[in-house]
Design a binder for this molecule. Sequence first.
Ligand code: NAD
Length: 497
Amino acid sequence: MQIGIIDRANGEREVSARARHLIGGALVPAAGGASFAVINPATGKELGRAALGTAADVDLAVQTAAAAQSGWAQRSSRERGRLVAEAGRRVLAEQEPLARLLAQETGKAIRTECRPEIATAADILAFYGGLGSELKGETLPYHPRMLSLTTREPLGVVGAILPWNVPLVLMMLKIAPALVAGNTVVVKSAEEAPFATLEAGRLMAEILPPGTLNIVSGYGPECGQPLVEHPRVAKITFTGSQPVGETIYAAAARKIIPVSLELGGKSPMIVLPDADLPRAVAGAVAGMRFTRQGQSCTAASRIYVHQSLYEPFLSALAAAVQSLRIGDPLDEATDVGTVVSPEQKRRIDDYVAIGRATPGARAIACGSTPAEDGLDPTLFAVPMIFAGLPEESPLMRDEIFGPVVCVTPWTDYETVIAAANDSDFGLAATVWTNDLAKALDATSRLDAGYVQVNQNLTIQPNLSYGGFGKSGLGKEASLEAMLEHFTRKKTIVFAMA
Ligand code: NAD
């Protein structure tokens, strides 16, 4: 019997109402048998029901992961890597149904967002799959009659807590290095988007030994918190909001376990007077992740444009954003789908209202909500450009996590660098110039963990990624991330006779 959450029995790839966790390689219902509704944001209708996880489910998943850990760690690191890479190929082979599922639960457009997300998720598994041999130690010169060396060991069971915005990429950034390093994993999926995570995990579980990868679904306090607090969880890796990150950090401190936190951002983009204007405008559209309704931690949401380019930049940006087609996430012609939930939409609307009411500010609405049959227009946010907001505006300071960008003119270089750095966050930043000396100066002075010149890429395998300040702790996406955050280093000394 096909037990996947994508139902092939009737020849159609529709989501069926299967509320399951993935534990020990099998899809199992919640201990209490309860489930919760997952809503398709584009239609407003129920997409399916997910298992409502509680402490009992988390305990079962963690005990299962703990039981599988030593056997997994006993395999050679290259063998673990080989299986992780093979799991990546399995996920990529199901790119289309996974992308459809992701589009339906998140509201993100399938062509611009969901298919690329599955490809990147598989790429991350391929990348880490090749790093098994890199779990090396060192020999330490100390004394001619002693052999001193270090080894890298797995931590044990890793708890991975996910947000909804790019759940598959973020899941793979956590589980791939954890697994290759010899840990086993319990993932807590995002309550808004649990299905593609579960289905990808189920596909991977066809290849990985039972119990190495487990996935539970549920709400933060009832399901995420017991995972953080579970005595057998040796490490938490979390991506999400800053307030929840603080709670998790405090809970981990009580257990004295390591945490990695990838939190929010308010990333500046600085356009210098010599910048290539069309390239900078295209970079702003890509960097603001308008095709994802701006729901990105690295969204270039504060754009500082030199006064000499300001008006042409604004008009070109408005035209470019206006040309994006907002519509049904499953339609190939759609560039931009919906935001994820009514809460998220309300939050965006509140910021837009503040921006519109700010004296002296200009608000440019770029597009309109679709009027297609079968779509609920409620969650289709219209992208907004605000010009001339004061630095202290909440739109300039808070992470909105929606399609709202602030564009501000500047004339003095020192002032714009100071403004860019005047944020509690420090996730990403970009500089747009063809002057190498200026680019070097700006990149060295910007307080952000991921700084790019003349481009605005998202997370890429092999480029160490992680924020400064309240944007978080630790790195992801690199060899360094695997070694530093998913292993512990042991020093061993042999005294010779
Ligand atoms: P969120 O913090 O509300 O939830 C994230 C996850 O934490 C969910 O799975 C949730 O159930 C869980 N959770 C909530 N309370 C918990 C608790 N007390 N204990 C344990 N787990 C708990 O975030 P979200 O709304 O899902 O995602 C949006 C946020 O994620 C934004 O702030 C965004 O910047 C951030 N984000 C950061 C990055 C990055 O790489 N830095 C990437 C994507 C998203």
